[in-house]
Ligand binder design. Structure first.
Ligand SMILES: [Zn+2]
Length: 129
């Protein structure tokens, strides 16, 4: 890189000043390739600003574990609630089914809950549990 400087004297305010610069390059090669970037000192784990993955792995593992535990707790809480609900529902439906499971001893028609007589043949139903 070359730097050029020139002294153009004092300028008063409002004065327009034009400067024409021309640039010629012999080849199309990028000048960036001739600039080799070298570290000012050998890189190591103690180099300031260097990000080492091993420094963050324990935190990542702890965070992941906490997430897993949280997710598990939420999952069991949700499924536990759902299971209780469904079990209760199932139990109650079982109860009502056993109550209404009365069949006519004459024609075999299943009687509805609260029926005293058969809806088909009119026989008095036996209400034995
Ligand atoms: Zn009947």
């Amino acid at each position: 890189m070359k730097y050029y400087s020139g002294d153009f004297g004092a300028l008063t305010a409002g004065t327009s000043f034009s400067l024409t610069l021309s640039y010629e390059k012999a080849s199309d090669a990028l000048s960036i390739s001739s600039l080799q970037v070298q570290p000012s000192q050998p890189l190591g784990p103690s180099t300031a600003g260097r990000v080492m993955l091993s420094n963050y792995v324990p935190y990542v593992i702890i965070g992941f574990g906490l997430l897993l535990i949280l997710g598990g707790v939420v999952y069991f809480w949700q499924t536990g609630r759902g299971r209780n609900k469904s079990r209760k529902k199932h139990h109650s439906s079982d109860d009502s089914e056993s109550n209404s499971e009365v069949y006519c001893h004459q024609c075999g028609t299943r009687a509805q809950k609260g029926d005293r007589f058969c809806r088909v043949c009119g026989t008095k139903l036996r209400r034995e549990a």
